[in-house]
Ligand binder design. Structure first.
Ligand SMILES: [Ca+2]
Length: 481
């Protein structure tokens, strides 16, 4: 184990697509704190989630095992007891671990779990649980905090669209609460010599679209310039059935963000509401970075910023997420910052969130768990010249991951190389093929295009190989026979 072990501040937002930060090319948002981290740290330009949905993605990047391998395959199901998450390994190695916000490795539905989310032996010593910003659980600590503050707020409608509301003001926001729990922990940690890991798992910018008034009003000046979603009338005709269903209502629910009934100002309002939530996250993260600096912990803390998956935000005529793998769904921000320890660079190589646990263990010079399936990013981070290769492709899966599509359920998977993306809808033996060089917006499905039949075959073999190699490496073979 490394002699001087760094602390780890692991910030993971919910449903934040890659193009929501200035450093990923968004010219509207105000994300100066994260942009600064990206400038001084390692910014992964092509980081992808292994599932477009919460529990499978989180199970995967916490265990270092693909969703169906670690069996955190579906929202609403419990991760099995035997799975080992990274904080557990760190805790055994002497770290004190804390969390604020959500975890979501088990069912987080108040209908089946009225208390809190059931936990496995996850290694967290401090656990400030708030699955989301709805008052559905007595134990949602965020609402206890609001009570303590005697906070009152009546939700108001944003006048440009019925899909957007003004949410809690910044001082009473769940994002603020999450960060404050982290601040309390880090302030106290400054008095100890024990290495720590703290997970800040903010619920935003997950829907509902309800940022503080101040944050969304900033966009009113540029409202007319806000681009409309990347959607071409008729593009869904030869795409998978799930998209057609969700186009008529997100999550297969008829009137929920039904694209066909939305107006231009609805799309723009939703976009600025989403970005406003990202801006608030950035402002709050600024506070915690300042605290690390003030308490002399910045140089000995590795900061990771990322999200579990993306949000369609109207692209391809769909809101929220589902059994599809467009870039907005699975391409996420990933930034690592460690003052005076890693030199700044932008990494273009394809990387997967599953690679994170082994990366962290490499940094600590601590052995991997035998069940892990990722590939450490440490060689990319530590080498001097700017590296451009890590792995050949990205694999992502959706095996009935959400309960919304039934009779039949949705089973779909994807493989993506630098140039091509292949998606298979296993339910209907149909799929999509995109040439990302010719069509970076993923408008034209080439699945039935004869010119691409050889590429389609190669990609199908690639996908089936990925499925074969994501089989569980456990239990480990002990002998020859
Ligand atoms: Ca999520």
């Amino acid at each position: 184990m490394r002699e001087k072990r760094p602390n780890i501040l692991w910030i993971c937002t919910d449903q934040q697509r890659f193009d929501t930060l200035g450093c990923y090319g968004n010219r509207f948002v105000e994300t100066h704190n994260l942009d600064k981290l990206a400038d001084g740290g390692v910014q992964f330009m092509n980081a992808f989630s292994q599932s477009p949905v919460c529990t499978p993605s989180r199970g995967c990047f916490l265990t270092g095992r693909y969703p169906r391998t670690c069996r955190a395959r579906q929202n609403g199901a419990d991760i099995p007891e035997g799975e080992v998450v990274l904080p557990k390994i760190l805790s055994e190695a002497g770290y004190i671990c804390g969390l604020s916000g959500k975890l979501h490795l088990s069912a987080a539905d108040p209908m089946v779990r009225r208390g809190t989310e059931r936990r496995i032996d996850d290694g967290y010593d401090e656990f400030h649980w708030s699955h989301d910003n709805t008052n559905l659980w007595l134990t949602n600590e965020y609402f206890q905090w609001l009570k303590e503050k005697d906070a009152q707020y009546v939700k108001k409608r944003f006048k440009k669209s019925r899909f957007v509301q003004y949410g809690w003001p910044e001082d009473y926001h769940q994002t603020t609460w999450c960060v404050e729990k982290g601040i309390d922990f880090i302030r106290q940690a400054a008095n100890f010599n024990t290495p720590w890991l703290f997970s800040i798992n903010i619920f935003d910018p997950h829907h509902a679209f309800d940022p503080p008034e101040k944050y969304i009003n900033r966009y009113m000046e540029v409202f007319d310039e806000i681009p409309l979603p990347n959607y071409h009338e008729g593009e869904l005709e030869n795409k998978t059935e799930w998209q057609k269903i969700d186009h008529e209502g997100a999550y297969g629910q008829t009137e929920r963000f039904n694209y066909t009934h939305m107006k231009e100002r609805d799309h723009k309002s939703l976009k600025v509401a989403y970005w406003a939530m990202c801006d608030l996250i950035d402002a709050q993260i600024g506070r915690i970075i300042n605290l690390l600096e003030e308490t002399n912990q910045l140089e000995n803390t590795l900061i990771i910023f990322m999200s579990d998956h993306g949000e369609m935000l109207g692209d391809h005529g769909i809101y929220l997420k589902g059994p599809y793998f467009y870039e907005p769904c699975i391409h996420v921000p990933l930034i690592m910052y460690w003052k005076n320890h890693i030199s700044p660079k932008k990494v273009q190589a394809l990387v997967e969130l599953i690679d994170l646990p082994q990366t962290i263990l490499d940094i600590l010079e601590y052995p991997y768990h035998k069940g892990m399936q990722g590939k450490s990013l440490w060689p990319l981070i530590s080498q001097e010249e700017i590296p451009d290769y890590h792995k050949d492709d990205i694999y992502s899966e959706y095996y009935n991951a959400m309960p919304w599509h039934k009779d039949p359920t949705a089973q779909a998977s994807m493989v993506r190389t630098e140039r091509y993306k292949l998606v298979v809808d296993h339910t209907r033996s149909y799929g999509e093929l995109y040439d990302l060089e010719q069509d970076p917006n993923e408008t034209e499905n080439l699945w039935n295009n004869q010119t691409y039949s050889k590429i389609k075959m190669d990609m199908l073999i690639r996908l089936s190989n990925r499925m074969a190699f994501t089989v569980d490496p456990l239990p480990v073979r002990k002998g020859r026979f």
